[in-house]
Design a binder for this molecule. Structure first.
Ligand code: 5U1
Length: 691
C-alpha cells in the first residue's frame, strides 16, 4: 500500500535536506564539490517550494533556513555552561618559544630527562574570533561568542549563515555537544568584500567603509543584528575543541586523545584545519612552527601563530589550568604582520624606469620580523584613496617578503590637519615634467636620459646590442661608471678616457682599451638603432624602425607634431604623446645634440612617400545645412583626409564647418574661440591632390 501523501512529502523533504547537507559539506568543508551548482540550486529550489507549500514541513535545521531570521534589537546574553578558556601566549617567536613550553609541560608532569618525548597536537592559531556552538540532540540550538569567558552573546542567527557549520549532526553525535572553534574570513572573501565596498563608496553610498583586515570584517559580521549582512560576509569556521559533552544514552565515543576528538569532530561534519599534526617533543614542535611559518603567506586565511596541546586527555586533566588558561596548551606566535606607527613624511621615489612612487616615511616599527621605516603608497590614486597625511597614525603591514604597505589610517587619531597628498608635477630628482598618461595609474618622469634615477637603465638600454651596441658595457660596469659619477649622461660615454676607465675596480688596461674601441665603433649606427637607443617610453625596436623609415631624418622626428606622428604605421595616440613629451624636454634634445657632436652618426634618408592626410590629428564638427554636401559626405571627406569627425563642439575641436541655420554649436564654437569655416573652405582643405 503506498504511503499517505503527507508521509511521502515529509520523506521527500528529508531526502532533499540530507542530499543538500551532503553536498554543502563536500563543497564548503571538504572543498570537493560533488554536483554542479545548477543541480544544487535545483534541489534547493525544490525543497524551498515544498516547505512553502507545506509549512508543517519546515524545520530549523533545513538548509533553506540559514538566513531566515529577522534583524534583532540586541543580542541576548549567554552564560557558558563550561567557561570558554583562553590560551596562554608564547610571545618569544623564536624556536626557543616551543622549547619553553615543552620544558614547562615536562616539569608539570614530573618527567625526567630520560623519559620519552611528550606527545603534542600542533594546530594553527586562526586570526578570527572564538565561538561556541551548542547542539542538542544533533540540532544547532545556540552559537555564542566568548565574551568574558563566562558570559557571551547569542549570535545564533548570524552563525547559521556560515555554510561550513552543520545545522544538524549525524545520529552518533552526543545528546549535548558544544563545539569550540574560530570564525574567520578567507582572504579572497575579504578582498571581494572590500571590492564591493569600494564600488558602493564610488557610487556615493553613505556610511559604507572598507575593512582593515579579515579579522575585523569577520568580527563585525558576527556582531551584525541583521543576519542578511552577516551572510554577505561569507564567513568560515574551524573547530579546535569542545565544551560541554553529554554522551547519548548508552554512551558515546570516549576520547582518549585530543587528536581523536578532532578527528571525530571532522567525521561529524566540522571543518578541522588540514595542517593539524601530531608532534613528539620540542624538536617536532619547532619543525611545525618553522614549516607553517614558511607556508603562512600562501594560506587562504590569516593566522597569527600555531597552537601546541598535550595530546593525552588524562594528562590535560592532570595539568588543569590557571586563571582561565589551560596549562596543557600554548599559542606560539609569529612576528606580527601589522603594527601601528606614525607618518613622518611622504617622499617620492623615482624608479629605474622613471615611475614616481609615493612612499610614506614612518617612525621605525618592528613588523613582520624586520624594522620598517618606509611603506609604499603605490601611486597617486592609492595615496588619495587611503588619504595618508603627514602626522597620521597608520596600520603598516608586512607579510613575507612583500614590500611593506600602509593598510589604513586611524582617522580618529589624526591630530593635525595636514594637507591631502598631491603628486608633484615635476620629477624630484631631475625637475623634468612628471606625466601621467591617459588610462595609466602611474606618473612618470619625462627626463629619460637626463634623470639620474633612470641613468643606469638608460645607459644599458642605449648600449644594448639591438640598440646602438657598445660591446662590453654591461650592468656591473655601468653601475661603477654612474656611481663614481664618471658618466652622468649618454654623451659622457664618448668622453671617457683611458685613465678614468683604468681607475675603476677590476678594470685592466686591456679591458679599458676594448671598451674604448667598442665605443668608437658604436658611433657608426643607424637612425632606427639610435632612436630605439634613446629609450623613449613605448618606442620599441619596431616603432623606432617605422619612425626612421617614415621620416628619414632625426630632426623630422624630433619636430613632428602629434598628428604627423599618428601618420606613422604602428604609432597610436599614446605612443605619439610619449614621443612628443620626450622631445619637448630640452634636456633630451641637448643629449641628442651632444651625441651628434661626439660623432655619433647614421645615414639619413628621404621621408617615405608622404601619404595625403591634411587633417591628421585634427577634430572637425559639421553643423547646419551645407550648400552641396550632406552630413555623411562631409564626414567621409574628413575621415578620408585623416581627420576625426566629432558630434559636439568642445575645447578639443579644431574646426567647425558651419552651414545655413547653424544653431547652438556655432554659438559654442564662437564662445570657445574655435575656427569656423564654410563649405568652400572645407572643400579646399579636403581636396585630394591630383593623382
Ligand atoms: N587551534 C586552536 N586555536 N585555539 C585557540 N586551538 C585553540 N585552543 C584555544 C584557543 C583560545 O583554547 C583552548 C586551549 C582552551
Amino acid at each position: 500500500m503506498p504511503p499517505p501523501l503527507a508521509d511521502a512529502l515529509a520523506a521527500r523533504a528529508a531526502a532533499l535536506r540530507a542530499e543538500l547537507d551532503l553536498h554543502a559539506h563536500r563543497y564548503y568543508v571538504l572543498d570537493e564539490p560533488g554536483i554542479p551548482d545548477s543541480d544544487y540550486d535545483r534541489l534547493f529550489n525544490e525543497l524551498q517550494a515544498l516547505e512553502a507549500a507545506h509549512p508543517g514541513l519546515l524545520a530549523p535545521d533545513s538548509p533553506t533556513q540559514r538566513v531566515g531570521g529577522k534583524p534583532l534589537g540586541q543580542f541576548a546574553a549567554v552564560r557558558h555552561r563550561l567557561p570558554m578558556l583562553s590560551i596562554r601566549t608564547e610571545t618569544n617567536t623564536e624556536a626557543s618559544g616551543a622549547e619553553n613550553f615543552d620544558n614547562r609541560v615536562r616539569k608539570e608532569l614530573g618527567l625526567k630527562e630520560s623519559d620519552p618525548p611528550v606527545e603534542f597536537v600542533a594546530e594553527l592559531k586562526f586570526d578570527g574570533l572564538a565561538m561556541s556552538l551548542r547542539y542538542e540532540r544533533g540540532i544547532l540550538v545556540q552559537a555564542a561568542t566568548r565574551g568574558d569567558g563566562a558570559v557571551g552573546e547569542d549570535v545564533t542567527q548570524n552563525i547559521r549563515t556560515i555554510r561550513q557549520i552543520p545545522l544538524r549532526l549525524p545520529a552518533d553525535a552526543p545528546a549535548v555537544l558544544e563545539v569550540r572553534g574560530e570564525v574567520y574570513m578567507r582572504r579572497a572573501e575579504f578582498e571581494a568584500l572590500n571590492e564591493r565596498q569600494r564600488a558602493k563608496i564610488a557610487q556615493g553610498a553613505k556610511g559604507e567603509k572598507t575593512f582593515v583586515n579579515p579579522r575585523n570584517a569577520a568580527a563585525g559580521g558576527v556582531r551584525q543584528l541583521d543576519p542578511a549582512i552577516a551572510a554577505d560576509r561569507r564567513l568560515s569556521f574551524f573547530a579546535y575543541g569542545v565544551g560541554e559533552v553529554t554522551p547519548p544514552e548508552g554512551g558515546g565515543p570516549a576520547f582518549e586523545t585530543h587528536l581523536q576528538l578532532l578527528l571525530t569532530l571532522k567525521s561529524w561534519g566540522f571543518p578541522v584545519a588540514a595542517q593539524t599534526r601530531l608532534a613528539r617533543g620540542a624538536t617536532e614542535l619547532i619543525a611545525f612552527h618553522e614549516a607553517i611559518g614558511q607556508q603562512r603567506d600562501q594560506l587562504a586565511f590569516d593566522i597569527d601563530g600555531v597552537v601546541y596541546k598535550v595530546n593525552a586527555l588524562p594528562l590535560q586533566r592532570q595539568m588543569g589550568f590557571v586563571s582561565r588558561e589551560p596549562r596543557w596548551a600554548v599559542a606560539h606566535k609569529y612576528p606580527a604582520q601589522e603594527q601601528l606607527t606614525t607618518v613622518v613624511g611622504i617622499d617620492i621615489q623615482v624608479g629605474r624606469t622613471g615611475k614616481l612612487t609615493p612612499v610614506a616615511k614612518l617612525a621605525p616599527v618592528f613588523v613582520g620580523g624586520v624594522t620598517v621605516t618606509n611603506a609604499t603608497l603605490h601611486n597617486e590614486d592609492e595615496a588619495r584613496r587611503k588619504d595618508v597625511r603627514l602626522g597620521d597614525t597608520v596600520i603598516v603591514r608586512r607579510a613575507g617578503d612583500v614590500i611593506p604597505e600602509v593598510v589604513s589610517v586611524l582617522l580618529e587619531r589624526r591630530v593635525q590637519a595636514a594637507a591631502q597628498f598631491t603628486m608633484p608635477t615635476q620629477c624630484p630628482v631631475c625637475g623634468s615634467d612628471a606625466v601621467r598618461e591617459e588610462g595609466e595609474a602611474d606618473h612618470r618622469c619625462s627626463g629619460g636620459l637626463f634623470c639620474a634615477a633612470q641613468r643606469k637603465e638608460a645607459i644599458l638600454h642605449y648600449a644594448h646590442k639591438r640598440a646602438v651596441e657598445v660591446d662590453g658595457l654591461g650592468d656591473k660596469l655601468v653601475e661603477q661608471l654612474v656611481d663614481a659619477d664618471v658618466v652622468r649622461t649618454l654623451p659622457d660615454l664618448y668622453r671617457l678616457g683611458f685613465a678614468a676607465l683604468a681607475r675603476l675596480d677590476r678594470m685592466a688596461d686591456k679591458s679599458a682599451g676594448k671598451l674604448l674601441a667598442a665605443l668608437e665603433k658604436s658611433k657608426q649606427t643607424t637612425l632606427a638603432r639610435f632612436v630605439f637607443g634613446l629609450g623613449i617610453r613605448h618606442v620599441g625596436e619596431a616603432t623606432a624602425k617605422a619612425l626612421a623609415g617614415h621620416f628619414g631624418k632625426l630632426d623630422s622626428i624630433m619636430d613632428a607634431g602629434h598628428g604627423q606622428l599618428l601618420d606613422v604605421a604602428d604609432v597610436g595616440p599614446v605612443v605619439a604623446a610619449s614621443i612628443r613629451t620626450f622631445f619637448d624636454q630640452p634636456h633630451n634634445r641637448e643629449v641628442v645634440e651632444q651625441l651628434r657632436a661626439c660623432g655619433v652618426t647614421w645615414q639619413e634618408g628621404e621621408p617615405a612617400v608622404a601619404t595625403w592626410r591634411p587633417l591628421s590629428g585634427l577634430t572637425l564638427v559639421v553643423t547646419g545645412t551645407l550648400p552641396s554636401l550632406s552630413r555623411d559626405e562631409a564626414k567621409d571627406r574628413i575621415e578620408a583626409a585623416g581627420g576625426k569627425a566629432a558630434g559636439s563642439v568642445s575645447k578639443k575641436t579644431d574646426y567647425l564647418v558651419a552651414g545655413a541655420e547653424a544653431g547652438s554649436k556655432l554659438e559654442k564654437a564662437q564662445a570657445l574661440g574655435v575656427t569656423v569655416i564654410d563649405e568652400a573652405a572645407f572643400l579646399a582643405l579636403t581636396e585630394p591632390p591630383p593623382a
